[in-house]
Design a protein around this ligand. Structure first.
Ligand SMILES: [Zn+2]
Length: 247
């Protein structure tokens, strides 16, 4: 059970907002999220969500912290190099909030039984398309909502699919499963740390609004070009020939 007694004091600056109520804060405190991939997107996302009050968080990543991660995965320290990312991130989060519940899975997402994880929202913060397509299939089949995000060079994109039982629109309706799906674009194309942070920060804002039932723009691709400071939005429509569409 979330400790609601601390809400007025701890989250004062959120509660004074016109568009953010005590009920919204309560929803955040009682919510559970799952982050797949604890790199440049997943780490700041986890930190912002927990700092904002999210009560329970599941972290999935099999990787260890490397020196070349530190320019963008800014919540890891030099002393974390060689540690499992999920363990280092759990330490950071429990220092930030001693009451947050953090479950860690130092495994590949393909080894996780998502049926057993109940979250208000799942976040794909991985860095290759193959995993994103696998997660998409998993979430479509389980009717669980997922927020995809990616960043490379100066660009990034974010989209939530609700995956409701009675309507189909998914990541495979938007992107075709062809080409080299295992490429890590952060490594092959490069990326600036603050450009990743912009996407992670927007992903946490969108996620908070979704959890509070206030995010209308699901199934909408939000593209950010941080070199021109431009944001574009495009509604995504279902693809009748999508292989995951069983309606
Ligand atoms: Zn589809």
């Amino acid at each position: 059970m979330a400790n609601l007694n601390r809400i007025p004091q701890r989250y004062y600056s959120q509660l004074v907002l016109d568009d953010f109520s005590y009920e919204d804060q309560k929803k955040l405190c009682e919510s559970e999220v799952t982050i797949i991939g604890c790199g440049g997107l997943g780490t700041p996302l986890a930190v912002y969500l927990v700092a904002s009050g999210v009560g329970k968080i599941n972290l999935i990543d099999f990787d260890v912290v490397e020196e070349r991660n530190l320019h963008r995965q800014v919540f890891y320290k030099e002393s974390d190099i060689g540690r499992k990312k999920v363990e280092a991130l759990k330490d950071f989060l429990t220092n930030l909030d001693r009451e947050v519940k953090v479950n860690i899975y130092p495994e590949k997402s393909s080894e996780i039984d998502f049926k057993k994880i109940n979250s208000n929202l799942f976040f794909d913060c991985t860095d290759n398309l193959k995993t994103s397509f696998e997660l998409n299939e998993e979430m479509v089949n389980l009717n669980k909502p997922i927020c995809f995000a990616s960043a490379s060079e100066f660009n990034g994109q974010i989209i939530i699919f609700k995956n409701l039982k009675k309507e189909h629109c998914c990541y495979s309706c938007l992107f075709k499963e062809s080409g080299d799906l295992e490429t890590n674009h952060c490594v092959s194309l490069g990326v600036l740390g603050p450009a990743v942070a912009v996407i992670a920060s927007m992903q946490s804002l969108i996620g908070m609004r979704f959890i509070c039932g206030k995010f209308e723009e699901t199934e909408t691709l939000i593209r950010v070009d941080s070199s021109k400071f431009e944001i574009k939005k495009n509604k995504v429509f279902p693809d009748k020939s999508c292989r995951l569409n069983r309606l």
